[in-house]
Write a protein of this length. Structure first.
Length: 356
């Protein structure tokens, strides 16, 4: 971490402010010496930690308190988060493998905390969300042909993301420190505690409704606001949300999307002009969602985020949210719009769970 963000020029490419910097000096730094030091920056490399989100890993964590503490410490000391953020300042993650590793690491901590420790893991998920927002700004900048003219605009967006990330990271680190302390206190009887169960879609014993968000990455901020308004549904165990960032990602990521899409019990179509323009959202995900809806195996709910002409879309016959299908951004108060959406989703899920 650097005290002040810096930017580096590589030929005709200027980085956004770098908040996470590595380097090695080209000569020793004499103690108490002021002045400039030459730094060599190498090509960023990142091998994410292996955090398999599967039954063998859950069994290991349930039987070995030391393994559980190592898992949490690797996250809480910011090693995984910082490595991820360092990498995405310079490179894209085209296969989404790095995001997947960070997600699985966070999911394991959340599962462990819920099952054994009784400590709220909401802050670690906030860090995960902000880390991906940080990445999204970097990716947009690198893909913008007019990026140098807009450098200050992107830099301001990145600064806000980093500020929010820092706030959540401090709270999350404190939470994970409490988790480690709780494991130390319970280590003597760790194996005798209730079994840890994997919180994955389709796992036997799961009672909540898995919510799949189909959306365009250009509506990322609106998606985040919606999920914030669904917090109580998540805390009460009514739903579990899943969404893919950068919905048009490469084939390795598509397999994860397809699996979640097939297992979801409720699918939200987050509708906007960009959603309609996305071939993947429109031609792949939406059509499969409607096939399952017609078969009665899933409930599809369109949520109109931004005003657009969706009247002729295949989902046009479905009841859309919010009230009267007025786009969220067209409401005078967007919080009221999202609250209306959350109430509609709660009602739909309760109908699904009611005895037939």
């Amino acid at each position: 971490m650097v005290d002040q963000p810096v930017a580096i020029q590589f030929g005709d490419f200027k980085t956004l402010p770098l908040y996470f910097v590595k380097g090695r000096t080209l000569e020793p730094i004499p103690q108490f010496t002021k002045g400039r030091v030459s730094i060599e920056y190498g090509e960023p490399e990142y091998e994410p930690p292996v955090c398999r989100l599967d039954e063998p890993m859950i069994a290991l964590l349930g039987n070995d308190p030391q393994a559980a503490m190592i898992l949490i410490s690797g996250w809480s000391l910011s090693l995984h988060i910082t490595q991820f953020l360092y990498f995405v300042q310079f490179k894209d993650d085209p296969t989404r493998g790095l995001v997947r590793a960070l997600h699985d690491h966070t999911e394991l901590i959340s599962t462990l905390s819920d099952a054994r420790l009784g400590i709220d893991s909401a802050e670690v998920w906030k860090v995960f969300d902000e880390a991906l927002s940080f990445e999204m700004v970097q990716m947009e900048y690198r893909g913008d042909v007019d990026r140098l003219a807009k450098w200050s605009e992107y830099a301001a967006r990145l600064e806000e993301r980093h500020k929010q990330l820092g706030n959540h990271l401090l709270a999350a680190t404190r939470a994970t420190q409490r988790m480690v302390k709780q494991i130390e206190l319970k280590a003597g009887g760790w194996r005798q505690l209730s079994p840890i169960r994997l919180k994955l879609d389709g796992v036997e014993g799961q009672t909540d409704s898995v919510l799949f968000n189909c959306y365009s990455h250009k509506d990322e901020q609106l998606r985040k606001q919606l999920e914030n308004h669904l917090t109580m549904l998540r805390r009460q165990g009514v739903i579990r949300c899943w969404s893919d960032r950068m919905i048009s990602a490469e084939r390795e990521w598509e397999g994860q999307i397809d699996q979640k899409l097939e297992r979801a019990q409720v699918i939200l179509l987050l509708v906007s002009a960009d959603f309609l323009a996305s071939d993947y959202c429109y031609d792949v995900e939406m059509r499969r969602a409607l096939e399952r809806h017609e078969a009665g195996t899933v409930r599809v709910i369109p949520v109109i985020l931004r005003a657009c002409d969706w009247s002729g879309a295949p989902f046009g016959k479905l009841k859309a949210l919010p009230k009267d299908a007025v786009a969220v951004t067209s409401w005078p108060n967007q919080d009221e719009a999202f609250t209306d959406v959350a109430k509609g989703i709660r009602m739909a899920v309760e109908e699904l769970r009611a005895p037939q």
